[in-house]
Design a protein around this ligand. Structure first.
Ligand code: ARG
Length: 457
């Protein structure tokens, strides 16, 4: 009874089953710490070397799948340290000089997140590339732009797609900004007050690639703002994914029929053979819920927590890991899915009722000197008239137009989707030349990001 209770408690307090994913960073941090301790003469250099060799051996064991994770070890730090004792004996006990698990875990999580953010950034760039490719493959397609999910004005499909390029670009900026606050070295803060040894924090920061060292030891062991901030970035990014996914679901429905996703991204129904369910887009849309939940979890864990380290902080990991996994996986899958999207341009165009040109009728009158509000009124009456007579705006005769305003001349009969789109020739507008240059700008941004990602760049 007592036995089973104690293993239940062990399970309750233990984090090894999920924090083992930090092993590479835990070991790299320990190696840098040992090297610094040796270099500063805080421990004998030979001992530092033996510790580093032992850690290297442990890393190899874990990587080859030979390492036995024993649940008796509470977390990844204990698991590695226990094994180090077995491998090199009592010298292992020198590694933890001038360090606490409190600054150690803060270090591990920051290093882990920094690496993952690099991968997420690449995946995000690739998703943005897939959006640009989709826009470029369908440069001429025109569809109704919607407001209130009502057809509003014609726009280029490429313009619609590039709206997502902007959203995901801001997500990349947000992550880059967050990284500045992630990439700070907490090691050297000890349990909370700093350490009584002549450590060299700058040397450790340099070896581990940190931009700077933390300025306050209590803050450094207590701070998980960076986790909350990353989770907020992830939540916003997933919100953008959900909007894109929702449009794909809508557009691939029978009613819209604007797009078709590749076979690998839809599933058939066992009883309704005609169906192609957009499961992947639906799941991407739904996984946003996880990211929101994880953000609320970490904010709640941190709320009202007194300084400095509290065990509560161990609960930061699963929400963080889940958002990392969800975002990374979703970005990769969505990019590949977008590459399979086939657009049915005639269908998009055919779905547009030409009342989407009602604004152009008003703009036409403005061009003839009519104040916009009156012009809008005329256009509204005309549209109502056309609807009542079962006609589209382009089927009305000049006589019919002139019944509503004497300002109409025969050039009103030239109204078209192309002209409407072409007329929006302002920065940020859907005019084809503007969209072409937006595509060029997007390409340049992606090329520049590709270059800065390469190791030589
Ligand atoms: N597993 C712990 C965590 O994730 C490591 C730090 C434990 N520190 C302590 N004083 N118990 O936060």
């Amino acid at each position: 009874m007592l036995e089973s209770k104690s293993s239940e408690v062990q399970h309750y307090v233990g984090s090894l089953r999920y924090d083992r994913r930090l092993y590479r960073h835990d070991i790299a941090g320990s190696m840098a710490h040992a090297r610094m301790l040796g270099g500063q003469g805080i421990i004998p250099d030979d001992d530092a070397q033996r510790i580093i060799q032992g850690l290297e051996a442990i890393r190899g064991e874990i990587e080859r799948g030979e390492f036995i994770f024993d649940p008796a070890d509470e977390d990844i730090h204990m698991a590695v340290e226990t094994r180090l004792f077995t491998l090199i004996g009592d010298i292992a006990g020198r590694l933890h000089t001038g360090r606490s698990r409190n600054d150690q875990i803060a270090l591990d999580v920051r290093m882990y997140l920094r690496d993952e953010m690099g991968q997420i950034d690449s995946a995000l760039t690739d998703l943005r590339r897939a959006l640009v490719e989709l826009a470029e493959r369908n440069r001429d397609a025109i569809l109704a732009g919607y407001t209130h999910l009502q057809q509003a004005q014609p726009v280029l499909f490429a313009h619609h797609v590039l709206a997502y390029f902007e959203m995901f670009g801001r997500d990349a900026e947000r992550l880059a900004d967050c990284l500045k606050r992630v990439n700070v070295l907490p090691l050297g803060s000890g349990a909370l007050a700093g350490v009584p040894y002549p450590i060299d924090r700058d040397a450790v920061a340099r070896e581990l690639g940190f931009d700077r060292v933390s300025a306050n030891s209590m803050d450094a062991v207590a701070d998980r703002d960076f986790v909350a901030e990353f989770n907020a970035c992830g939540a916003i990014l997933m919100m953008h994914i959900s909007r894109l996914a929702e449009e794909l679901v809508l557009w691939s429905s029978t009613e819209f029929g604007f797009v078709r996703m590749g076979e690998g991204y839809t599933t058939g129904s066992s009883i309704m053979p005609q169906k192609r369910n957009p499961d992947i887009a639906e799941l991407a849309r739904a996984k946003t819920g996880r990211a929101y939940g994880n953000l609320i979890a970490i904010l709640t864990i941190l709320k009202s927590l007194p300084l400095s380290y509290n065990r509560d902080l161990q609960e930061d990991k699963e929400p963080l890991f889940d958002t990392v996994d969800t975002v990374k996986e979703t970005l990769r899958i969505c990019a590949e899915m977008l590459r399979t999207v086939e657009v049915n341009a005639p269908r998009m165009r055919g779905a547009m009722r030409d009342y989407v040109l009602a604004t152009d009728v008003a703009d036409y009158l403005v061009g003839k000197g009519v104040p916009f509000r009156s012009a809008h009124g005329v256009s509204a009456e005309l549209s109502r008239y056309a609807a009542d007579h079962g006609k589209s705006l382009s089927e009305l005769t000049l006589d019919e137009y002139r019944r509503f305003s004497g300002m109409f001349e025969d050039d009103i009969l030239n109204l078209s989707m192309e002209r409407s789109v072409g007329a929006r020739n302002v920065a940020g507008g859907t005019n084809p030349d503007r969209v072409s240059s937006a595509l060029r700008v997007a390409r340049n941004i992606l090329d520049a990001e590709g270059r800065s990602e390469s190791p030589t760049g």
